[in-house]
Design a protein around this ligand. Sequence first.
Ligand code: DX5
Ligand code: ZN
Length: 223
Amino acid sequence: MSHLVAPSLLSADFAQLNSTIELLDKSDADWVHLDVMDGHFVPNFTFGMMIVKAINSLTQKPLDVHLMIAQPERYIEQFRQAGADIITVHYEACTHVHRIVQQIKDTGAKAGVALNPATPVVMLEDILEMLDVVLIMSVNPGFGGQKFIYHTIPKIRKLRQMLEVHNAHALIEVDGGIGLQNAEEVLRAGARILVAGSSIFGSSDPLHTIAQMKQIDSQRYFV
Ligand code: DX5
Ligand code: ZN
């Protein structure tokens, strides 16, 4: 398996949602990354399950739903019904992470847990085997177009070692400030899924940028 590229719609023009999804559908993108924000867990609002459902009706690609919301357990089933294939909750937003991961898996979706830049990877050590995805935030969540926080790189390496020790198979997803200038370094550290918003939708040719991001030869970094 090659690495996956998951464009984040956050930086796309929502007035052109149809044509954006059409473009993604014919692109090399593997997943469509959807950033749900509640103005509470993060200082910004985006959209909820209605829009996820609308996007689901427009695309064949798996929907990677990143919930930046407080008490996400209230809405897991609804996001699944709206078409989410992967549901990722924030460690910092959950009191009972183990229960919520189980709740996600019970819906049939793949389960992910995201860690803010200040949350150490060791917080997930006891539930690693349950997870399909660990999402390492490389910016503070809430906005697109921020600068990549560099200490993410050693953090990815550490998580990769932890996964090996536990013989766990979660894929490492990295989100925030990723573009062609640093994608290879992120993959070399151990990431398997690259999320990118502004570097794709802010480029003059998003299709080409996705293709270039996909073409990085990451196989040699796989363990
Ligand atoms: C930030 C979101 C990201 C964001 C990435 O809170 O989770 O998915 O859209 O955008 P860029 O790639 O512009 O940092
Ligand atoms: Zn995201």
